[in-house]
Design a protein around this ligand. Structure first.
Ligand SMILES: Nc1nc2c(ncn2[C@@H]2O[C@H](COP(=O)(O)OP(=O)(O)OP(=O)(O)O)[C@@H](O)[C@H]2O)c(=O)[nH]1
Ligand SMILES: [Mg+2]
Length: 267
């Protein structure tokens, strides 16, 4: 991570526009404060990615929140609504008009936390499979530069996390969405966190997927119920907590619980 950070600092000297990729389900928790301080002087296009996994209404609220906050631009991307290259270029031109006299091409860098979809965006915008992608953090190991049009180059970078995750809520949300490996924050703790959150704010999805009774109000009860209906039981018929936690997390990550946003914009 430290090497990637140093390389990014060097790269930023020749950059004209930054694309900051955020997870539409957690636009705040997926914003790296380290990146924010590194790219302060540059025009930024925020992309709320994986919008297909977030709640449409909440994502729209985030979009207007970010677009009224500053001169920067916020756009959406997701499997069900891929951002066209023309829209991205239009925003880049809007933020940084290349002067006719300026012969050197301009550069856009894609930055963001691991596994948020940076390389997928590069592939999508170039309509080619140039960058390796994969559903785990740290797939991209080095920067990759491709030409977007006659004026712009696009550069993919390795994901960057901040050195210390002090905000435990943010750390759990990053773990829920797959940015941090389970080993960094234990699966059972993450599952407990998401169970609490779902019981409080999205009870209907639990009823729909697991058919929970009204008496289920606590994370332990929910996990016990999932263990029973999915047969993830260990010795003596007791729930296998680890296996059950993975079941719940996989259901959330794969969208089987539906489109769920974990953060809403400030009032
Ligand atoms: N559902 C959904 N999945 C996406 C979307 N964009 C990317 N993904 C998936 O997210 C995972 C990570 O994508 P990558 O493009 O490799 O992410 P990255 O930010 O380049 O990751 P690192 O290089 O590891 O930092 C892959 O499994 C992608 O298929 C999207 O809009 N919706
Ligand atoms: Mg990548």
């Amino acid at each position: 991570m430290n090497k990637a950070r140093k390389e990014l600092v060097k790269l930023l000297r020749g950059i004209h526009v930054v694309i900051e990729v955020l997870d539409a389900r957690i636009p705040m928790a997926s914003a790296n404060p380290l990146l924010a301080s590194m790219t302060k002087q540059l025009p930024i296009i925020k992309i709320l990615n994986k919008a297909d996994l977030a709640e449409k209404q909440t994502t729209q609220a985030w979009l207007s929140y970010f677009n009224t906050q500053s001169a920067n631009i916020c756009l959406l991307n997701g499997r069900d609504q891929p951002l066209p290259r023309e829209s991205l270029l239009k925003s880049a031109y809007q933020l940084c008009e290349p002067r006719a006299s300026q012969s050197r091409a301009r550069q856009i860098v894609i930055v963001g936390i691991p596994n948020v979809g940076k390389s997928s965006i590069l592939n999508q915008l170039t309509d080619r499979k140039l960058a390796k992608t994969g559903n785990e953090p740290a797939v991209t190991r080095r920067q990759q530069r491709v030409q977007l049009d006659e004026n712009w180059y696009l550069i993919d970078t390795p994901g960057l996390l901040w050195p210390r995750l002090e905000d435990q809520g943010a750390a759990f949300m990053l773990a829920c969405t797959g940015t941090i490996r389970n080993t960094a924050v234990e699966a059972e703790d993450i599952a407990w966190f998401i169970a609490e959150m779902l019981l409080k704010d999205h009870r209907h999805v639990l009823t729909r997927r697991y058919n929970i009774a009204g008496s289920v109000t606590q994370p332990e009860q929910l996990l016990r119920h999932i263990a029973e209906i999915r047969g993830s039981l260990g010795k003596g018929g007791h729930p296998d907590w680890h296996k059950t936690s993975e079941l719940l997390l996989n259901d959330y990550r794969s969208g089987k619980l539906g489109n769920l946003s974990l953060e809403t914009p400030p009032e």
